[in-house]
Design a protein around this ligand. Structure first.
Ligand code: CMX
Length: 423
């Protein structure tokens, strides 16, 4: 058994060699051209980044280090963190070692709670969560070692150390935000005997007599871990990290992007939408009623949350995993049934409308109904769960980028005049 640091120390020289070979052999080959429409269109489809932790295939969805998501939904979030970083699923010893590292660094400094308690009562949970990460910046090992003259080839080790310490604290920070923001009483201490995901469920303090919330949290925190390098949160976080800002700055920055309604906040918007439907019809509507409700929303100029995607052109396998969990464990739940019915109705409506390039559900379409069923009814909190998980992907990408010596992100912008004169 070797530790995460030892495993990466063995692999990184090979990855560096491979990157150098590719650059030597293919450095001048073209991977993408950019049209004016793409320059005005959020760079959609422009291939301009390398990310090896995961890839998103338009027609099958997330592939983590070569493994299609639906083949590995039973692994723990800690295992997926190890997989993202190294390309391997850890053996028992390596998993135990990572779990004990996470457990050793799980305690959150007291000043974080003071800051969170001082925030306005109506702060959004994401603003609280991202503030908590930023306020811990003074703990950064990378910043300290950089100030002392850390060598460039060792940057990744300090980023890894920061990343593990940060990821270790996120369940307690998230649970603390939940309990403070929604007046749930005292904070609940971590239980060292539980795995990372189950411990989070434990610290939330939601009644979980049969352990189903723990089961759901493991799945939730595994499924949201990464989605290649160009999505808003990963790209923002990596850009900030490329300036050698430490992971506290960079993860917080990326998660500020996840807090947008077109990105991670769609999970809160989605459940709000489903509850609106339930309220409006006093229960589950018929499919015809649902179709009309969806059309009315589109005609009023609003998007259908949980549907569409910038890259995917198929039902998101993360949605599939959640729907399967729901069908197995909570079939007959009225909110979950509306989510299922929406899946039968919305894609055809979006196809008929003809605007969305992808009419299929994304990760956010089903998750909220499961959380709601198991007692987490405060849906403005849902993006915090997404964030706890996504931090693992961001940290992994940052470690690899520093190991490969990827420089400062700095694409070139052009002016409208340049386009008129040159395009
Ligand atoms: N409902 C209604 N209209 C939609 C739509 C939806 N679910 N998805 C896309 N469209 C519309 C777009 O608003 C756009 O309209 P305009 O031309 O009037 O601006 C048009 O279809 C084309 O958009 P697109 O190229 O298909 O989609 P984008 O790549 O620009 O955006 C996304 C992708 C996810 C932002 C968009 O599909 C959307 O707004 N979905 C709803 C919000 C959501 O579920 N977000 C979560 C995504 C998962 C995540 O990243 O967390």
């Amino acid at each position: 058994m070797s530790t995460l640091l030892e495993t990466l120390s063995k692999k990184i020289p090979d990855w560096r060699y491979e990157a150098k070979q590719l650059l030597d052999e293919k450095g001048d080959k073209i991977v993408s051209n950019v049209t004016v429409a793409q320059a005005y269109g959020g760079m959609r489809g422009v291939k301009g980044l390398v990310c090896d932790t995961s890839a998103v295939s338009p027609d099958s969805g997330l592939i983590i280090r070569g493994r299609p998501l639906l083949e590995i939904t039973d692994i723990l979030p800690e295992e997926v963190f190890y997989l993202l970083l190294t390309g391997d699923i850890p053996d028992k010893g390596a998993l135990k070692e990572l779990q004990s590292q996470l457990s050793d660094h799980a305690e959150v400094p007291k000043y974080v709670w003071d800051v969170l308690r001082a925030m306005p009562k109506d702060s959004h949970p994401m603003a609280m969560f991202d503030t908590a990460i930023l306020v811990m910046e003074k703990e950064s090992v990378f910043r300290k070692q950089y100030d002392e003259g850390l060598k460039k080839q060792d940057y990744w080790k300090a980023i890894l150390e920061d990343g593990i310490r940060l990821v270790a604290k996120l369940p307690a920070v998230g649970a603390g935000v939940y309990r403070i923001r929604f007046d749930k009483g005292e904070l609940i201490s971590s239980d060292k005997n539980l795995d990372w995901g189950a411990n989070f469920a434990h610290m939330l303090g939601i009644d979980d007599p049969d352990g189903m919330l723990k089961k759901l949290m493991r799945l939730y925190l595994m499924l949201h871990c990464d989605h290649e390098g160009g999505n808003v949160s990963a790209f923002s976080g990596l850009t900030v990290a490329s300036a050698l800002s430490d992971p506290y700055y960079a993860v917080s920055a990326g998660l500020n992007g996840l807090a947008g309604p077109l990105h991670g906040l769609a999970n809160q918007e989605c459940l709000k939408f489903v509850l609106e439907i339930e309220n409006h019809f006093g229960g589950s509507p018929s499919q015809d009623e649902l179709r009309k409700f969806v059309w009315d929303r589109l005609n009023s100029g609003r998007v259908i949350p949980g549907y569409g995607h910038a890259v995917l052109r198929c039902p998101d396998p993360r949605f599939t995993a959640f729907i399967e969990f729901g069908r197995k464990h909570i079939k007959g739940d009225p909110v979950f049934d509306i989510v299922s019915d929406l899946f039968d109705v919305v894609p055809d409506v979006l196809k008929e409308q003809g605007k969305a390039k992808n009419p299929w559900p994304n990760v956010d379409a089903a998750s909220g109904s499961l959380l709601y069923h198991f007692g987490m009814t405060e849906f403005s909190f849902y993006t915090v769960l997404f964030s706890i998980s996504r931090a693992m992907g961001m940290v992994s990408q940052m470690v690899i980028n520093r190991a490969l010596g990827i420089p400062l992100t700095r694409p070139k912008s052009i002016t409208a005049k340049w386009i008129k004169d040159n395009a």
